[in-house]
Ligand binder design. Structure first.
Ligand code: HXC
Length: 511
């Protein structure tokens, strides 16, 4: 038998766009597509499919540019022993641009990932729609977008952005659950040239859509990686917290510090002045297994903290107000950030724990005019519709509508705890007294003294957890040191929760 044909084709395929192009890629400090696959997957586990696919375009000299695989490596393999499907753009082939055959390869493995119920990982490095293929490339993109939406909430989808990601190409990653960008990557709908023509702004690609822009300003991305290897490490850590599909649970690990249930340092973590801030991240770390908290979207909307951790080996999603930024107030961005995370956890059977210290919604024309009502409603909607186990700890303030929104008992919280100093009220005592005693204070002879009395009265009456606890809105008032033990116990008591809602097509979230 003669295998030389196959061997020759395999060698040609490995060269992608050719030796020169591979060298150019390396000179940019980037790995080639094959190197990326080798670095990401467990050794020898990746199986490529469709290496012999070529495009069908014969216009603009494309008949001479038919390259085996058509510029994208697709297949399946194991990451930390777990099966995933993956595609990896090859920038050395026509700039990683997407034509119909290229898109069909991606669609094929997305269909397989759905049938098998495993995550799909996309490695993006592409100049966007392959211009020579015209509408067929637009259709190719849309075929992928359609699948991104149809598999959403069934299998996890994660996008790694490792080079350019331009034009409509951004919308497939945007439809996936998480985006990890390397520092040298960029994403934009329209590039610097078009921006200059239309708005007269002069910006570089990085200024327009670099990793720091999308991690700090736009909230499009969830993680920034120092380099490509770091990007793979972040992906692996992320995967370790999430199940392969919506019918499974996240991988449980054996807890090695389950005996460490009490942490007395938590008793003194709150400052004596309730206007002062403290590190909510510290609170979280002291409560979860091994102080290991994997924060998501760490750099955007920092007034709310979201991320994954484990409690006694079980994965949980954490949503916490951050008193160090804007006093932990809810605003448009923080509501969007938390709402999407809550929905991810709910899709994939990850219990949610909230740590609440929230003075309310951010006031002002900027927020009102940009629709804080609509955006705040998203978080309310997301918590209300979530049917996974939901626990909550009010560490300090829970004022006004924000009390309701932050996973309160009233919107379906399963176990709601409060620390003894919690202030659960319609608003802070000072503001409350200024409103309800305005008339009395305006005619009072000693305004200052009278206000102090009224404020202290109000504080005694309403700014504590016991009224809410007397009505069953708070299941228990706990010592801060007991938080880990109470949460582990509550989680074990509710982890088999099943909640069936009446059948409907879907709710109408205010998006
Ligand atoms: C065809 C493309 C291409 C594309 C790049 N190439 N983008 N070929 N279609 N979209 C080719 C180049 O011609 C070149 O081929 C090779 O890829 C490498 O590109 P360079 O420009 O030399 O590389 P670099 O300087 O690194 O710049 C990379 C780039 C730039 C920033 C991505 O190529 C670029 O701006 N491309 C166009 C980006 C864009 O506007 N995309 C939007 C397309 S419209 P040779 O043979 O010379 O090596 C779109 C809409 C989709 O995506 C809508 C879906 C709903």
């Amino acid at each position: 038998m003669n295998f030389s044909d196959l061997e020759a084709k395999r060698i040609t395929h490995l060269l992608g766009g050719g030796k020169e192009k591979l060298e150019e890629q390396r000179k940019k400090g980037q790995l080639t597509a094959t190197e990326r696959i080798n670095a990401l997957f467990d050794t020898g586990s990746f199986e490529e499919i469709d290496p012999f696919v070529i495009h069908n375009c014969n216009d603009f000299g494309m008949e001479n540019k038919k390259i085996l695989g058509d510029g994208v490596i697709t297949g399946y393999g194991r990451i930390d022993s777990r099966l995933v499907y993956s595609f990896c753009h090859d920038f050395t082939v026509l700039g990683g641009s997407l034509g119909l055959s290229f898109a069909s390869k991606i669609c094929k493995i997305m269909d397989h990932a759905l049938k098998q119920g495993v995550p799909i990982i996309g490695i993006n490095d592409s100049g966007g729609a392959r211009i020579q293929e015209g509408v067929e490339s637009l259709g190719g993109y849309a075929d992928i977008f359609h699948r991104n939406v149809r598999v959403s909430g069934i299998i996890p989808q994660i996008s790694l952005i490792m080079g350019p990601c331009a034009g409509g190409a951004v919308y497939s990653p945007a439809l996936t659950d998480f985006i990890i960008m390397t520092k040298s990557a960029y994403m934009f709908v329209t590039g610097p040239d078009v921006v200059r023509q239309v708005t007269n702004e002069n910006v570089t690609s990085t200024e327009l859509g670099g990793a720091s822009i999308h991690n700090e300003k736009s909230g499009v991305a969830h993680f920034v990686a120092d380099d490509e290897y770091d990007c793979f490490e972040i992906l692996k850590k992320l995967l370790s917290f999430i199940p392969s599909n919506n019918l499974e649970s996240s991988p449980k690990v054996k807890s090695t510090d389950s005996s460490k249930l009490l942490d007395e340092s938590l008793d003194s973590i709150l400052p004596s002045d309730s206007h002062m801030s403290y590190s909510m991240e510290n609170v979280i770390r002291k409560v979860v297994d091994k102080e290991d908290f994997f924060e998501v979207q760490k750099l955007w909307a920092r007034n709310i903290i979201i991320g994954f951790a484990r409690l006694d080996g079980n994965v949980v999603g954490i949503v916490a107000n951050n008193p160090e930024i804007l006093a932990g107030v809810l605003d448009i961005d923080s509501c969007n950030k938390a709402a999407r995370f809550v929905r991810f956890c709910d899709c994939f059977n990850i219990p949610i724990i909230t740590f609440v210290d929230v003075p309310g919604f951010l006031p002002g024309t900027d927020q009102e005019w940009r629709g804080i009502i609509r955006h705040g409603a998203k978080l309310l909607f997301a918590f209300s519709e979530a049917t996974v186990p939901r626990l909550s700890v009010i560490t300090r303030k829970a004022y006004g509508g924000a009390y309701d929104v932050m996973n309160s008992k009233h919107i379906g919280g399963d176990y709601n705890f409060a620390w003894p100093n919690a202030e659960i009220a319609v608003m802070g005592a000072e503001s409350a007294c200024n409103i309800i005693f305005r008339k009395e204070l305006s005619i009072s002879e000693n305004k200052h003294k009278r206000r102090s009395e009224l404020v202290s009265d109000y504080e005694k009456k309403f700014s504590n957890p016991y009224i809410a606890a007397s009505k069953g809105y708070i299941d228990n008032v706990i010592m801060p040191r007991e938080t880990r033990q109470k949460l582990i116990s509550a989680l074990n008591a509710i982890n088999r929760k099943r909640e069936d809602l009446p059948k409907r097509k879907h709710g109408n979230m205010p998006i």
